[in-house]
Design a protein around this ligand. Structure first.
Ligand code: ZN
Length: 197
C-alpha cells in the first residue's frame, strides 16, 4: 500500500504523462494498479489517481461498490444518484461532458484530507481510454459515478476540487457533516451565501 500524497506536493499540480504503449499488459503496470486499488480501499475512497501515490502517469482507479452504498441512507443515495460503480482501472482517460445538466454536492479528496466543499459538476460524462491490457474503453456515466470520474481525471491535469469548489462552503469534514447532514443542498448554499449555477 502506498501513502497518499497531500496537497502541496508538486506532483499533484503537474500534467500527468500518458502511460506509454509498451507498459500496457505488463506486470509492472498491473503492480501499480494493484497498489492503487489497495490504497484506495484502505483509505477508504471511491477513486484514486496515480499522482496521488506520487506517480505522474495518466492512470486512475475507481470503485463505489454496492456493499459500501448499502451503508448510506436511501435518501442520500437517491439524491446523489449514487449507483454502484464496479472496480475499474482506466489508462489515459479523456473526458467529455454530455449535455448541460449539473449537480452540486459536498465532495472531498484523499489528498486534501479532512476537508470538504460544495462542487458543481456535470451530471453526465463520456469517458474514453484504455484498459490496462490496451483494449479501448468507451463509457457514458451519470450521477455520482460521473462526479467520481470528473474528480479523478482532474487529478491527471493537475487540478484539485479546491480549484472548482464554492469556496464559502470549504469546511472541515466533521463540521460539515454536523451542520449540513440531511439538509438539501439548495438550503445549505443559501445559508452560506452561495449562488448555485
Ligand atoms: Zn482527489
Amino acid at each position: 500500500m502506498a501513502s497518499i500524497v497531500q496537497a502541496g506536493e508538486a506532483v499533484l499540480r503537474k500534467m500527468a504523462r500518458p502511460v506509454p504503449r509498451e507498459k500496457l499488459g505488463t506486470v509492472e503496470l498491473q503492480a501499480v494498479i494493484d497498489e492503487m486499488v489497495a490504497t484506495m480501499r484502505a483509505a477508504p475512497g471511491v477513486g484514486l489517481a496515480a499522482p496521488q501515490i506520487g506517480l505522474d502517469w495518466q492512470l486512475i482507479v475507481v470503485e463505489d461498490d454496492a456493499d459500501h452504498l448499502e451503508s448510506l441512507e436511501e435518501e442520500d443515495r437517491r439524491e446523489r444518484e449514487r449507483t454502484p460503480l464496479p472496480l475499474m482501472a482506466i489508462v489515459n482517460p479523456e473526458l467529455e461532458m454530455v449535455g448541460s445538466r449539473q449537480a452540486t454536492f459536498f465532495e472531498g479528496c484523499l489528498s486534501v484530507s479532512g476537508w470538504t466543499a460544495l462542487v458543481t459538476r456535470a451530471l453526465e460524462v463520456r469517458v474514453r481510454g484504455l484498459t490496462p491490457r490496451g483494449e479501448s474503453l468507451d463509457l457514458t456515466l451519470s450521477g455520482w459515478p460521473a462526479r467520481i470520474l470528473q474528480h479523478e481525471v482532474d487529478h491527471l491535469r493537475g487540478t484539485l476540487y479546491v480549484d472548482r469548489m464554492h469556496s464559502r462552503s470549504f469546511s472541515r469534514t466533521e463540521l460539515a457533516q454536523q451542520a449540513w447532514k440531511d439538509r438539501p443542498v439548495g438550503d445549505v448554499a443559501r445559508q452560506l451565501g452561495i449562488v448555485l449555477p
